[in-house]
Design a protein around this ligand. Structure first.
Ligand code: BDP
Length: 700
């Protein structure tokens, strides 16, 4: 058991009577399939049923016994029946229903949808019900996604290195494409379709213009062909200066007619090869990437020019708001808002601004990005980082769903109470806008795809939340554990508990109380709060924690950088006032003295220390639970997780001992006697070097 099968394992259901009841409910199958998407759905269903039930239902044209009936009104008379009209009308293009119906003395289970993609999603949902041992005799489900674009962003380079990738090399084998279609592409597509993901950006946002040359477009087209039966469209990151680099032009000025024409022609070329090409993702004028500002133009000028090029083909442009440069006067957290907010309403309708969950950069915890709610006339999509750049790479068990939910559920107050981020994203605040959610993939060539068996849960949870942001972290973890490991109640209950706690554990031993970006400056693995030798102030941890003899934390209040001023007044006041600011964001917004009295009655220093110690203790507690799980899990994955947890415990301890002792050099306060002493002196941690940290090597 190497983890390759992810959550689509389809091993025989061990509860014999349950399996028998499923078999008798699905004794026949009516599933006319006459196109590649339906074929893919049928193939999946067949292999799922064969594995789970050890049984293949008889395929019939018309049911004569208990049957599973699958189809669309166009190809199935039962689904076309009057009783399903209303439900189908509400399902849109990707939705489906599953209903138990009694007709002519038989019990049928009907999966219906308006399109083949809806059927595909419905089939995966039924399989999930079987995999998680749910009852299927009285089903009445109607389900459809809350956002249109549910996308994985691969930060994969053409040389197969992966920026911030911790699971091996890129799965895209550019060298052997287009002729060789790695079977992995199909399994990748199946996994994505099973959780509702419908798009993939193949290449790094720090893009190489070569990916837009015909040579590489032909290869991208081959990938698109492989993924299409699973409802997945291909997108490409576009390098803004491509007209110069591969087009031979003198400029990439978005208002220059020759540049416009170059992109329009390029779009035509792409759509000839990939008729359902999704569009472009663009990182511009950020971290050294070229962009419209190099020509005195703004983000709207750049995005609209590309949007016009793909509009005739129904493509979109995902333009990133992750921008910062040397001109940030006092606080990098403010730059995206400053640059984008004034452009509200100026973007074409097929442009969607891709905004990270927080204003800095995928930290273990950040308050929600102030752009959410601030651009009511502009489509905004959420960008999450599934890969664990700032969460211990693929060595730390961190279940990210609670992090995502924290952002989704945050109230922007942009149109009064209840204007949550999720409402902004799902078009509830402005139904005219296109909608989407993207996640930076954690997938690579490792046998188990994600490096850590539990990192698969983050890919899984991303898809499930993009489909339906209202789902709970608990319910998603429950499904994932059952599908990936075991349906045993004890196993699911115990492991789910520590999964749900795991993100907070990591916040505790890395960046408690609103601290952020104190990872080692090069590579972001391990602690480096003392780091201060990178060329730009805002690349160095000391810029973010601002520890000194007077205290610790970044003053973003109205007295400080006034980043709080970018939020709606209710949110601004809550973050600005110490009495209201939640402890979890305290040092994000405030610089406070070491002896500041916390809500708990403890000093800030004591509480900070306590978080670090608690973080490590909770990793130990997690280990103890996992050690009891050997009877429920195959020995390969059981041992692998055990060994990775040993790394995590060592790393968590290193974080604790390094940070506590480093901050102590400013606080000059003792580590309370009740805690064990650090394992090594501060200098030991400062001297540790991590060369060849994964995720940073290679060029794009
Ligand atoms: C940061 C990464 C960097 C990415 C950048 C981005 O450190 O490698 O290029 O984000 O999102 O998190 O563009």
């Amino acid at each position: 058991e190497d983890g390759y099968r992810l959550w689509l394992r389809y091993d025989a259901i061990s509860n014999k009577s349950l399996a028998q009841s499923y078999r008798s409910a699905i004794s026949q199958l009516v599933f006319p399939a006459r196109n590649p998407v339906l074929d893919a759905a049928k193939k999946e269903l067949r292999s799922g049923l064969k594995g789970l039930l050890q049984h293949q239902p008889a395929e019939v044209k018309t049911a004569t016994g208990n049957a599973l009936v699958i189809g669309m009104p166009q190809n199935n008379s039962l689904v076309a029946g009057a009783q399903f009209k209303t439900v189908l009308n509400g399902l849109g293009t990707d939705g489906y229903f599953i209903r138990s119906v009694a007709t002519g003395g038989k019990n049928c289970l009907v999966i219906g949808a308006n399109t083949d993609k809806g059927v595909l999603y419905g089939v995966f949902n039924l399989l999930r019900l079987l995999q998680t041992n749910k009852p299927i005799d009285h089903l009445n489900t109607a389900d459809q996604p809350s956002v249109t674009y549910r996308i994985l962003d691969h930060w994969d380079n053409l040389n197969r290195t992966v920026e911030r990738g911790y699971a091996g090399f890129s799965i895209w084998n550019w060298h052997k494409l287009p002729e060789f279609i790695d079977p992995r592409y199909l399994d990748y597509a199946r996994a994505n379709a099973s959780i509702g993901i419908n798009g993939t950006v193949l290449n790094n946002v720090n893009a190489n213009a070569l990916s837009l040359t015909n040579q590489y477009l032909v290869k991208a087209a081959a990938i698109a062909n492989a993924l299409r039966p699973y409802g997945i469209r291909v997108y490409l990151s576009a390098r803004f200066s491509a007209p110069i680099e591969i087009g031979g032009l003198k400029t990439a000025d978005p208002l220059d007619p020759t540049v416009k024409k170059w992109w329009a022609d390029k779009a035509d070329e792409i759509y000839r090869l990939i008729p359902d090409f999704g569009g472009f993702l663009v990182k511009a004028n950020s971290e050294g990437q070229p962009g419209p500002q190099s020509y005195g133009r703004n983000h709207a000028d750049g995005a609209n020019m590309l949007a016009d090029a793909v509009a005739p083909h129904h493509g979109i442009v995902m333009w990133r708001a992750f921008v910062y440069d040397n001109n940030v006067p006092d606080d990098r957290a403010k730059q995206a808002y400053n640059e984008f907010k004034p452009l509200d309403g100026q973007f074409r309708s097929n442009v969607i601004i891709q905004v990270k969950n927080g204003a800095i950069d995928f930290q273990p915890r950040e308050p929600f990005h102030p752009l959410f709610g601030a651009m009511p006339k502009t489509a905004l999509m959420l960008e999450l980082q599934i890969t664990q750049e700032y969460l211990g790479f693929s060595t730390h068990l961190v279940y990210e769903a609670p992090l995502v939910k924290e952002c989704l559920d945050a109230d922007t107050y942009s149109a009064g109470k209840g204007s949550t981020v999720v409402k902004v994203l799902t078009g509830k605040m402005n139904p005219d806008l296109i909608t989407g959610i993207a996640g930076v993939a954690n997938i690579g060539t490792d046998m188990n795809w994600c490096g850590h068996p539990f990192a698969q849960a983050n890919w899984y949870a991303f898809g499930r939340l993009a489909w339906n942001p209202a789902q709970t972290s608990t319910a998603i973890a429950d499904d994932w554990l059952r599908m990936t490991f075991s349906n045993s109640q004890t196993f699911v209950a115990d492991v789910k508990k520590f999964m749900l706690q795991s993100r907070e554990n990591t916040v505790n031993y890395m960046t408690p109380l609103g601290l952020h970006h104190i990872m080692a400056a090069t590579g972001h693995y391990g602690p480096g709060p003392w780091d201060n030798n990178l060329s730009r102030a805002d690349w160095n941890p000391i810029y973010y924690h601002k520890a000194d003899a007077n205290g610790i934390g970044f003053d973003r209040t109205t007295q400080g950088s006034n980043a709080v001023g970018q939020y709606a007044p209710q949110v601004r006041d809550a973050f600005n006032n110490l009495a209201a600011c939640p402890d979890i964001y305290l040092l994000w917004f405030h610089h406070l003295p070491w002896n500041y009295k916390m809500r708990s009655g403890e000093t800030l220093w004591n509480e900070l220390v306590d978080h670090y110690y608690r973080g490590v203790d909770s990793v130990r507690a997690m280990q103890q639970i996992w050690n009891r799980m050997g009877t429920y899990v195959d020995s390969e994955r059981f041992t692998e997780v055990q060994q990775l947890m040993n790394i995590q415990l060592n790393e968590a301890t290193r974080w604790r001992d390094a940070c506590v002792q480093y901050f102590q050099t400013f606080s000059n306060m003792p580590i309370p006697a009740k805690y064990p002493r650090p394992l090594h002196p501060l200098q030991y941690y400062k001297d540790q070097r991590f060369n060849f940290v994964p995720g940073t090597g290679g060029s794009n």
